[in-house]
Design a protein around this ligand. Structure first.
Ligand code: CDV
Length: 311
């Protein structure tokens, strides 16, 4: 039986601070409609897809911060996405800011979900590698306050059997960490879906946009190859209130090759037929973990965070 998932990587262009969720959901529905015409089974939207990338704004008033969070999923505004999934028989991946009550306490996470073609949430991931800082930093040309607004994800790196394969998730900065993908690879992942909001410039250096683009692809392509998995990385791109976010949305094969890529910084859909059986060769040969991994020499990876220098 064929195990092809026709994936739509649905890049979103800029969302200004003043734009509301309804107008963003309208744009997402248009991308779903377009994807449906192209036979897409799974459409992937970016990190924090429903609003502007609000962690660039320093806020002290928690009520104001909370206006950027979803306290229900689906909500009134996002329900149409779930209905479109059912109508089109198309799964989707969505990143959003999650506010949740657990054991009588309020928690806030940078979250992503996989919704199946029946409109059911089948997987949830909460971002683990939160970048940035938690207080206003006057030395930066712009802020990146994820550590202020979100807690570290508490669900670990999981995979789910869905759409005929084994799917995994991570979010933006997680893609730069090989540990992320190896945890998923060790569960046999065949497709990792992820969204990102990556500024075109570095707020702390004069790193070139070219280098930023290169690091984005380098991380995802290496991860795909080293775990023999499809990787679908989807950007929120464009100029949000004067702040540039890079595009580069890509669908990457288990060989690490880019098979489809967006070339604008606006709303754009690229589609690829991803055969999950293409993962088999790498998983059975050079990256057959059971035969080749040498865990007796990997202790530092889980026992140490910072660098220990030699004497
Ligand atoms: N949203 C992100 O996680 N962005 C980071 C930036 C801060 C470098 C990223 O890794 O792309």
């Amino acid at each position: 039986m064929s195990r092809i998932i026709t994936v739509g990587a649905a890049q979103l262009g800029a969302i200004q601070r003043a734009e509301d969720r309804l107008s963003v959901v309208e744009r997402m529905l248009a991308l779903m409609e377009n994807a449906h015409r192209k036979g897409v089974n799974l459409i992937v939207f970016p990190e924090l897809a429903l609003t502007t990338f609000f962690p660039r704004w320093y806020m002290e008033d928690q009520d104001e911060v909370d206006t950027w969070f979803e306290s229900a999923m689906p909500s009134n505004e996002t329900q149409p996405l779930f209905e479109a999934a059912k109508r089109h028989g198309m799964g989707f991946h969505l990143g959003y800011a999650e506010k949740i009550q657990e054991n009588g306490e309020t928690h806030r996470y940078n979250t992503a979900i996989i919704v199946d073609k029946a409109g059911n949430i089948v997987g949830k991931y909460r971002k683990i590698h939160l970048p940035g800082h938690d207080e206003f930093d006057p030395k930066r040309t712009f802020q990146h306050l994820e550590k202020r607004y979100f807690e570290i994800g508490n669900l670990g790196f999981n995979v789910w059997r869905s759409m005929g394969g084994i799917l995994g998730m991570c979010i933006c900065n997680d893609r730069r960490w090989p540990e992320t993908f190896r945890c998923l690879g060790l569960q046999g992942v065949e497709m990792v879906v992820l969204g990102y909001n990556t500024p075109t410039t570095n707020s702390q250096s004069n790193e070139s946009p070219h280098l930023r683009w290169f690091h984005n692809l380098l991380s995802m392509q290496a991860a795909a190859y080293q775990n023999s998995t499809w990787v679908v990385g989807v950007a929120k791109a464009g100029n949000e209130d004067g702040n540039e976010l890079m595009g580069g949305t890509s669908i990457i094969s288990p060989n690490g090759e880019i098979v489809a890529q967006c070339h604008t910084t606006g709303d754009e859909l690229v589609v690829a037929d991803c055969d999950l059986d293409d993962c088999n060769f790498g998983k059975q040969t050079v990256f057959d973990f059971k035969r080749h991994r040498r865990i007796e020499h990997y202790g530092r990876i889980t026992s140490q965070t910072g660098v220990t220098l030699p004497e």
